[in-house]
Design a protein around this ligand. Structure first.
Ligand code: ADP
Ligand code: MG
Length: 358
């Protein structure tokens, strides 16, 4: 607490897809063990280091346990603001890592072994909350950033834009966002499905792909030590209100599924700048810019332009403030994705130098 902590950056390399194998794509990414990964192709030969590297053979469970996700859940329960974000080009496995194949089809529920970081974290959170000697209140909010508009994925009716505000005590926050309480795994998974469905159907109606929006699911954890003789009439305390020796704590656990990173280049070269591509462009560039500046030593840092995009405003605390952050960089091992893969690896390496003060 209060000490400078680095962002934890792990890498996941997905297996070659059937299409990639069939057309004979070369595998250019190789895990060397101990968090090192090697990229070798015609004119490229580079090694990168991360806190952990998960290759094609890594199970969803191995990613959950080896990435530090379990600790992140526990820290959220201790009152910290925790964020995990998945980053990488479209098709690199971000949604698979966060949600499992459930992100793709609603017809069949995913087998338990394929559930992603989100469902595993929910399970862990609910198990812990039962075993700890404290009362917990859990609630969830789910937002997407689409065309530089923040939209609530949980409130009924057509999606409408919500204002993003700033206050001294709260930092950047979204006004009027719906927060839904839940007590069971079924309830939170159904909220996740509902929200993802809304994200997809609204994208579908506009004939656009879902990966063109950034999605943020936040679990709010409010905990209070259970006292043997609860004072009558006392509900959940306000932040910081002490009850006996144990003050109440409010932690958050935020899952961020970023839009595909390759848009930046595509739009830059095509010249056909749709509003949508422009927005993704803008927010991912702003995020990259903030990360580059934050990667400098604290003493040498200049102003960090969080205000350049909605995404960076919402991630300000996770990146440069008091949050604890895990970044999962996702890449494809295929030779055809080489340039995107290298750009993701450079981006992720830079993020390793970013520090926060939880
Ligand atoms: P993104 O969200 O980054 O666009 P997806 O998560 O949708 O990418 O993954 C693209 C495709 O690759 C999907 O069909 C997904 O099921 C598959 N895939 C991704 N990662 C893995 C993995 N680790 N193991 C097996 N299949 C994967
Ligand atoms: Mg996706």
């Amino acid at each position: 607490e209060g000490r400078e902590t680095r962002l934890r950056v792990v890498l996941r390399v997905r297996p070659l897809t059937c299409t990639e194998t069939r057309r004979g794509d070369q595998q250019v990414v190789h895990s060397l063990g101990d968090g090192a990964v090697h990229v070798s192709a015609a004119r490229h030969d580079a090694t990168f280091g991360f806190s952990a590297v998960f290759d094609a053979g890594a199970s969803q469970e191995a990613v959950f346990e080896g990435s530090g996700m379990r600790q992140l859940v526990e820290l959220a329960m201790d009152g910290f603001s925790c964020t995990v974000f998945a980053f990488g080009q479209t098709g690199s496995g971000k949604t698979y890592t966060l949600m499992g194949p459930l992100g793709q089809s609603d017809a069949q529920p995913a087998p338990p072994a394929l559930l992603g970081l989100m469902q595993r974290s929910f399970t862990c959170l609910l198990e812990q909350s039962r075993s700890r000697a404290s009362d917990l209140a859990l609630s969830a909010s789910y937002l997407e950033i689409y065309n530089e508009q923040v939209r609530d994925l949980l409130s009924p009716g057509p999606p409408c834009a919500l204002p993003l505000r700033w206050s001294k005590s709260r930092g950047f926050y979204v006004e009027n966002q719906l927060s839904v309480e839940f007590e069971s795994l079924e309830a939170i998974v159904s909220l996740l499905l509902q929200g993802s469905q809304r994200r997809r159907t609204s994208a579908h109606a506009l004939n656009r792909h879902s990966s063109r929006s950034h999605a943020l699911l936040t679990i709010h954890v409010r905990s209070r030590a259970v006292s043997a003789h609860p004072a009558p009439g006392q509900g959940w305390g306000a932040q910081g209100s002490a009850r006996g020796a144990c003050p109440s704590k409010q932690g958050t656990l935020c899952f961020v599924d970023l839009a595909g990173s390759e848009r930046v280049k595509e739009t830059g070269s095509s010249g056909e700048l749709s509003v949508e591509a422009n927005s993704i462009n803008r927010s991912l560039l702003a995020l990259g810019h903030c990360i580059s500046l934050l990667a400098k030593p604290r003493g040498k840092r200049t102003h960090i332009p969080y205000r350049d995009s909605k995404l960076t405003r919402l991630l300000a605390r996770s990146l440069g403030g008091s949050g604890i952050t895990l970044m999962v960089a996702c890449i494809s091992p295929s030779s055809r994705c080489l340039s995107e893969t290298l750009s993701t690896l450079h981006y992720a390496s830079r993020a390793r130098r970013v520090t926060t003060r939880p």
